[in-house]
Design a protein. Structure first.
Ligand code: APR
Length: 238
């Protein structure tokens, strides 16, 4: 990654939060070994057993109080503050660690644990408390709040914004994701097709590793601060 970048798109996945103590999905013992995806991460599963699904996300939301952002989250917030070019930080994660690490503009394409979506009026509300007791929607008062998390089969948020950025970026960086789930797994090919350089920072090779110009293997808490320092020092050296 020798040349400097003017416009960067970053995609993060569960791996960036792993060292903060949040389970990933597909690593050994991960979330999808504890719960079947079809039971807790699909509209059909929610219709079948809302209590199970609301409890699953209440548990994950409550767990956020017990974890802290790690140096990778903090480094991306520094990049956001100090990088002179354009930066879009897209995360597949529903945790709030990017924000608590200092990032101000985070695009949560799969939604957020700290947001609730009303199935009656369609409004999204910032949310901290459990949903298991079906509290009223702050907007329409109906008792049809669900986790504001994008389930399998649902459309991720702000895809137009993401694709527009992939069209014009000159560097795409993927951090802590297995490349197992579309549309996020397709972003690297989109970026390459538009002439961007592509870099992967991950603990192990991902399903899309061969699509990256460069892959660096290791823990995000070490790789991300080093890469951010590289980008910012190249910027100051001109
Ligand atoms: N540092 C860097 N990468 C790590 C670390 C770490 N400390 N620990 C794990 N990883 C990597 C793993 O090697 C793996 O490639 O993070 C990736 C985690 O992959 P997944 O568990 O599949 O999580 P993710 O890629 O975010 O899943 C994508 O799938 O289930 C859906 O909606 C869910 O957003 C999620 C999507």
């Amino acid at each position: 990654m020798s040349a400097s970048a003017n416009s960067i798109v970053i995609l993060t996945g569960a791996g960036i939060s792993a060292e903060s103590g949040i389970d990933t999905f597909r690593s050994a013992g991960g979330l999808w070994e504890q719960h079947r995806v079809e039971d807790v991460a699909t509209p059909e599963g929610f219709a079948r057993d809302p209590h199970l699904v609301l409890g699953f996300y209440d548990m994950r939301r409550a767990a956020l109080a017990g974890v802290e952002p790690n140096p990778a989250h903090v480094a991306l917030a520094r990049l956001e503050r100090e990088f002179a070019g354009e930066l879009l930080l897209v995360t597949q994660n529903v945790d709030d660690l990017h924000e608590r690490g200092g990032a101000a503009r985070v695009l949560h394409m799969h939604g957020e644990l700290k947001s609730a979506l009303c199935s009656a009026c369609g409004m999204r509300s910032r949310w901290e408390a459990p949903l298991i007791d079906r509290p009223p929607c702050p907007v329409c008062q109906a008792r049809h709040l669900r986790p504001d998390v994008v389930w399998f089969g649902e459309m991720p948020y702000r895809m137009e914004t993401i694709y527009a950025a992939l069209e014009t970026c000159d560097l795409f960086v993927s951090i802590g994701t297995s490349g197992a789930v579309y549309p996020a797994a397709g972003f690297v090919a989109e970026a390459r097709a538009n002439g961007a350089r592509t870099l992967e920072l991950n603990l192990e090779p991902s399903e899309g590793s061969r699509l990256f110009h460069e892959s660096r293997l290791g823990p995000a808490s070490a790789l991300v601060p080093a890469w951010v320092e590289e980008v910012l020092s190249r910027e100051t050296s001109g």
